[in-house]
Design a protein around this ligand. Structure first.
Ligand code: PMP
Length: 456
């Protein structure tokens, strides 16, 4: 298709620069053009249908054809297509959504602040902490600790907090003042013979050592995803968040829960914070908040965060931060409707039920010669692919094995995604048992074909 003049593929290559893409590879291979969506499926411009096992970007929780969201957007477009909430202006959808989110929060939260993307929400969290540090007369308390393999987005600050090489290499990041500690990836990072409990204690000890080396008076916050998605779906071991929280409390360091993937049902509760018993001071939210039908994100902040910022804005004259589209009425209306659907359709119960079915099916695949580990919770999971279960090695280049498997999945009608050699599953929350079974059967076939291709 890409060689046909004026095809969508040819015009794409000519004009469109893609995010997260090898631009030269795109020129030779051309893009996959998705044209329409229905339920958990999307269809490309050649009529091939794919089961979207990633919900797009971990985000279209209600699938690709929820008419109620279309109707909510249309109603709001007709009534008030845009207004902002700067300078003491407001509108109903922003107020309704802020109230809804503050009430939904699993720990006491004081206010909602609206942004447009997960990255912006995380950048805003840090700017709030910096402003707060000045308000409290401790301007040196500004450093942020995140985790290796953590994913928090791509704006300059969010990318600095992200702990993945692609987001730092050749960008000259991270910025100074952004520190990384070890990931809770037990299967990959545990010492030989180390128990989960010992591994958790070691991670907590390493965090404490980092804090002491830097000076606790210089550290504002720790940020982490309840389940780390972009690093390869890393579900923390039992007791991990409690051990981390204890260290943070000891040194008066705030916790930011990045709920951009986990929020709104993904782990079987409304928030990952509940699933793992976290006690965040700030929560960043996006993706499933609108099922990604509109770009939208939000932060929830507790009174410890809000009160000094409010006082400082009074002293200075304003809180000099905000985005034109933040709290957009159409996005807010779609978010409110998404939350109504999650509640009315009892989707949290459904995720618990169909999620257990998916996890059991994926766990059964650990018998496959290529599957080193299955991990997951609710409706998010990964299969870690290896060529040698003993040494946990893959092919020569990290990600090569995962790349072959993801391509086989696509050829078998399933869109998955490999993070290095972890093959991820994060299907729309509306997926049925039968659709899970179909996804698992296609996954099994793809793994068999991958093994055959590499001569295993
Ligand atoms: N945080 C997490 C946990 C994410 O997974 C992502 C995106 N995958 C982001 C932040 C960044 O969100 P966005 O791409 O909307 O900026």
């Amino acid at each position: 298709m890409k060689d046909i003049p004026n095809s969508t593929e040819a015009r794409d290559i000519k004009n469109l620069m893609h995010p997260y893409t090898n631009a030269r590879k795109l020129e030779t291979e051309g893009p996959l053009v998705i044209e329409s969506g229905e339920g958990i499926y999307v269809t490309d411009n050649n009529g091939n249908r794919y089961l979207e096992a990633m919900s797009g970007l971990w985000s279209a929780g209600l699938g690709f054809s929820e008419k109620r969201l279309v109707a909510a957007a249309t109603r709001q477009m007709e009534k008030l297509p845009f207004y902002h909430i700067f300078s003491m202006r407001s509108h109903g959808p922003a107020v309704d959504l802020a109230e809804k989110l503050v009430n939904l929060a699993p720990v006491p939260m004081s206010k909602a602040f609206f942004t447009n993307s997960g990255s912006e929400a995380n950048d805003t969290a840090v700017k709030m902490l910096w402003y707060r540090a000045h308000a409290l007369g401790t301007p040196e308390k500004k450093k942020v600790i995140s985790r290796l393999r953590g994913y928090h987005g791509v704006t300059v600050v969010a990318a600095s907090m992200t702990g993945l090489p692609y987001n730092h290499t050749s960008f000259g990041l991270p910025l100074p003042g952004f520190l990384h500690t070890g990931s809770p990836h037990y299967w990959r990072d545990a010492e030989p013979g180390e128990s989960e409990a010992d591994f958790v204690a070691r991670r907590a000890r390493e965090l404490e050592e980092l804090i002491l080396a830097e000076g606790p008076e210089t550290i504002a916050a720790f940020i982490g995803e309840p389940v780390n998605g972009g690093g390869g779906v890393i579900v923390p071991p039992q007791g991990y968040w409690q051990a981390i929280q204890a260290v943070l409390d000891k040194y008066d360091i705030l916790l930011i829960a990045d709920e951009v993937i986990c929020g709104f049902g993904r782990t079987g509760n409304m928030f990952g914070t509940e699933t793992f018993g976290m006690k965040p001071d700030m929560m960043t939210l996006s993706k499933q908040i609108t099922s990604s039908y509109q770009p939208f994100s939000a932060l929830l902040v507790n009174e410890r965060v809000f009160a000094p910022i409010a006082d400082e804005s009074n002293r200075i004259g304003t809180f000099g931060h905000g985005y034109t589209g933040g709290g957009h009425p159409v996005g807010a209306a779609v978010a409110l409707e998404t939350l109504r659907i999650i509640e009315e359709d009892k989707l949290l119960d459904h995720v618990g039920d169909v999620g257990a079915h998916m996890q059991a099916g994926l766990a059964a695949l650990t018998g496959h010669p290529l599957v080193g580990e299955h991990r997951g919770v609710g409706l998010i999971a990964a299969l870690e692919l290896v060529t040698d279960k003993e040494t946990k090695a893959g092919l020569d280049k990290p990600g090569a094995l995962g790349g072959i498997a993801a391509a086989k999945m696509q050829a078998n009608g399933v869109i998955s995604r490999n993070m290095n050699d972890a093959l991820a599953f994060c299907p729309p929350m509306i997926i049925t048992h039968a659709e899970v079974d179909d996804m698992l059967a296609r996954t099994k076939r793809s793994l068999d074909e991958t093994a055959a291709e590499i001569g295993m």
